[in-house]
Ligand binder design. Structure first.
Ligand code: UGA
Length: 439
């Protein structure tokens, strides 16, 4: 088949669906993005992008003008045109930690009803091992006579804020698929990347599903390891950044994902670690390291609050704190499972008056945090404060003018939850300073 002429459909115009759609369109594939949310589709047809991801608006606009990416609520028409249908709908967590797969299953049934001829149905959403099988069963029930399909798993490894680059320059492509015909079609779709030498891991649907969970859980555990060690460094008077550097230069360990902070957040790590631990337990196995990683992450908020209390001192109700950064990491507007937001709420519960700032997330944060004064820039945030808390490492907060901060603050103190300041410099500038595992 000819990759240039290939038509694909992507069901779900969330983060993963839009990035995947825009990037395949950029490769010359004809992409139809489908969503049941008519307002979102209207917005996209109007050339606007409902999420903040650097470069995504430009990429969508370019390919929209070239006629390679379309937006519709008509799932049936999109499936008719497509050879490959990606499922990229949400899998929000259930109270027990397992993901809610009702949207995935509903979409699978709708795709099956729309089938004509042969198509490859691919899960992009992160789903537990066994979901591919479940999709196959749902589809077999709804599939009209004469139609046929293969089910495949093709997990994504996109980071928010870097998603386009991660798609265009992946370190691997994982395709889980037992059927040779479907395998050939997916390899063809990814040919522009495979040809440039990106390694392909070809395996079963179940194993591909597990690779995604295992990768996210390993990274989450790596963060919890360095966070736990940072708290020990606080007690020992060691510098965790030197420890991380000394460890990370061993290529078996690697230097990435060893930055201590207030704990991992976002829509992936917290959810996927819990889902994997839940999956293991439902198979009579306990993934003890993953469970420990989750417990450490849960404890990080309390540990950060401890530093904040130390610097503020009682009575808390007389104190004013300023928080810089609210998103779960820089270069995203995503507040989901953001440690900054959890810590902000805990600070408010202490009775501390809170001022806060963020380069992109203030409008949404304001709906979640009542009784917080939102400010435009770091210096306005710090005005009259007894403590400045750096909660997310936006570049804007990496070179703060300490003199200017000290002049506007009531009491000069910094809780640097992302280790962006130099502790010596901050102390020389007259601040009481606590980082995470810094001397
Ligand atoms: C993560 C994975 O990195 C992607 O590969 C994966 O595709 C994605 O989840 C997903 O499952 O969809 P993302 O959630 O966008 O991507 O964010 P990361 O950049 O991985 O950061 C996650 C959290 O860990 C952030 O809160 C960040 O501040 C924290 N982190 C990261 C640390 O605290 N320390 C580090 O050293 C690294």
């Amino acid at each position: 088949s000819d990759a240039i002429a290939m038509h694909i459909a992507i069901i779900g115009t969330g983060y993963v669906g839009l990035v995947t759609g825009a990037c395949f369109a950029e490769f010359g594939v004809n992409v139809t993005c489908v969503d049941k949310d008519a307002a979102k589709i209207a917005l996209l047809e109007d050339g606007r992008v409902p999420i903040y991801e650097p470069g995504l608006d430009v990429l969508i606009e370019k390919n929209r003008r070239a006629g390679r990416i379309h937006f519709t609520t008509d799932l049936k028409a999109a499936v008719h045109r497509a050879l490959v249908v990606f499922i990229a709908v949400g899998t929000p967590p259930n109270p027990d930690g397992s993901p809610d797969l009702s949207q995935v299953e509903a979409v699978a049934a709708q795709i099956a009803e729309a089938l004509d001829g042969y198509k490859v149905i691919v899960t992009k959403s992160t789903v537990p091992t066994g979901t591919g099988q479940a999709i196959r069963r749902v589809m077999e029930e709804c599939c009209p006579a004469g139609a046929s399909f293969s089910v495949a798993s093709n997990p994504e490894f996109l980071r928010e804020g870097d998603a386009i680059n991660d798609f265009m320059h992946p370190e691997r492509i994982v395709i889980g698929c037992e059927d040779p015909q479907a395998n050939a079609i997916l390899r063809d779709l990814y040919a522009p990347l495979i040809q440039t030498g990106v390694p392909l891991v070809a395996t079963t649907v179940e194993t591909a599903e597990l690779i995604k969970y295992a990768s996210n859980a390993f990274l989450a555990v790596k963060i919890s390891f360095i966070n736990d060690l940072a708290l020990l460094c606080d007690r020992l008077g060691c510098d965790v950044l030197d420890v991380a550097r000394g460890m990370g230069l061993d290529s078996r360990i690697g230097s990435k994902f060893l930055s201590p902070g207030p704990g991992y957040g976002g829509s992936c790590f917290p959810k996927d670690t819990r889902a994997l631990a839940h999956l293991a337990r439902s198979h009579q196995h306990r993934l003890r390291i993953v469970e420990a990683g989750i417990a450490i992450n849960d404890d990080m908020h309390e540990a950060m609050l401890g530093k904040i209390k130390t610097l503020l001192g009682e009575p808390y109700t007389d104190k004013v704190a300023g928080m810089l950064g609210l998103t779960f990491k820089p270069e995203t507007s995503d507040l989901r499972e953001s440690p900054a937001m959890a810590i902000a709420a805990a600070i408010r519960r202490l009775g501390v008056t809170l001022r806060a700032s963020d380069p992109v997330a203030i409008p949404e944060a304001a709906t979640l945090l009542p009784d917080v004064t939102f400010c435009e820039d770091p210096y306005e945030t710090a005005a009259g404060c007894d403590l400045l808390i750096i909660a997310t490492e936006w570049n804007l907060y990496r070179r703060l003018d300490l003199e200017r901060l000290r002049e506007v603050m009531r009491t000069p103190a910094i809780a640097d939850l992302r280790n962006v300041c130099d502790p010596m410099q901050a102390r020389r500038a007259g601040f009481r300073y606590l980082g995470v595992g810094r001397r």
